[in-house]
Design a binder for this molecule. Sequence first.
Ligand code: FES
Length: 553
Amino acid sequence: VTAESEKLSTSTKTIFDYADGRGVRIPSSCGRVGQCHECVVEITQNSNCLNNRSEVEEFLSGEFRLACQASFDTQSVPPEFKLLWQKPRILESSTLSSASSELDPVIRSDGRLVYEGSTSIGSFRSSVLGLVIDLGTTTVVMELVDLSTGQVRTSRSFENPQRFGGSDIMNRISYDGTPTAAGELQKAVIAVANRQVRQMTKEIGCSPAEVYEIVVVGNTTMRDLIFGLDVQPIGQRPYKSLTETEKDDPDASTALTEKASHLGFRVHREAKVHGLPLLASHLGADTVAGMLAVGMLGNNIELDDPSETVMLVDVGTNTEVVLRHEGNFYGASCPAGPAFEGGQVSCGMRAYEGAIEAIRLDEDGKGLSFSTIGDAEPKGFCGSGLIDLLAELVNRNIIDEFGVFLENPKLSEFTILEDYNLKISRQDISNLAQAKSANYSGQFLTLLSASVDPVEVDRLYLAGAFANYINVENACSIGLVAPVLPKNIERVGNAALHGARMALLSQSQRSSLNSASSQIKHIELETMPQFFEVFVEGCQLKAMPDRIGASVQ
Ligand code: FES
């Protein structure tokens, strides 16, 4: 150790060391030498006190750094940072019943463990477990399921650790196409999944080696990324996965199966990872799984009457809409962006403790009553709170349907809760209105394609991370949700996860997915002649018309 390096080590500190001192655990599996890339943190303040990015950090940009590489002078004000996988309130369960799901997993045990009825893969230890992963752009939910009983043994939910590659699908695709970053997104999510599997199996007294199958759902990009496929084609016209374009038989399934160890999962050495098939383009495995969960594929006659007109809307960073009418399927994918997940909105935040999830305003537009997650002091608004806020601002005549402040159209922001310094700006309202319009346009144009009016929908299933918490009346009043008769609207929670579990537990349920993609009429929203008109209309904070056919040219 030279005098110079000695001096350096006493006067500088890495973020990792700094976190150690504060009792914050940052993941690592490389001994902090810049190889595992598991220690990515987001610097939120004082980034200028940090050293320059090292060579091993080339794959990162913006405010993201490797905690083991970013260092600062101990004399300066320390930086503030966030881990990439704080635990938000992510909807883990579904309100749908699993009662009718038969138990017929691909792994069976009769002393020996047998894969697909023929291949022996070892002897029974104490449990036969399967893992379900719902890989969303923003959030990830995992469940460990007992394949002998069908019971969920334990579950986890966390932020998608790929955030350093951007907040939406298109950002992630372009990030993954950067030569210095190739494979980083896949590695990031598998590293976190492995860590969670270790903790989950420990929690129930088992070992990761007792996990014999993994079923993955997610939008097309997320699913293909975890399998290490090139996702660049999904980002360019015609926006298709390689599994769609490279199959010889048009009716062949787009499902993926790979040995878990080949992808980097640390589970049983013979375990396989199964990615459920896609519907079309950005309509991914999560949508198919949601359809399975609500019985739309004719897979659950107790739940579903095939003669009914049924719509499934999975609200999220990317919203998916699927409609079944007179035996035909129509589907659209709408890039709504992160506004309702707290992005691009100054008073917005993810569904963490302290997020306002519901609010009512008084006549002056000030907070009259509200509730926060965890009953904590309010820090901002999560998606359901933002929907209430928009609806209330319109109802109280504080803004008009174009989002303009009525008393003073030049006003750039309006204070909602003075004590907590919570305001909403004109720009926030505009960003939310556009995200809302993506949802509006997706539902409107899907219904229009099938010549169905909202009032004719027999059942509307609202699925997704925050759809479960929204005030449906407010969501309909601002046009986020089609004005289906209130009695026909059902919030079903995380339908994608539920469907993935059904596919893990039943080979027949799984096989009913394979024909889904050949049945669907994929609606490319931006190619429809009415798209622009509908999108502009959808930016207004008002309800969708009951009769949509009559409202467009
Ligand atoms: S700890 Fe492995 S890269 Fe930083």
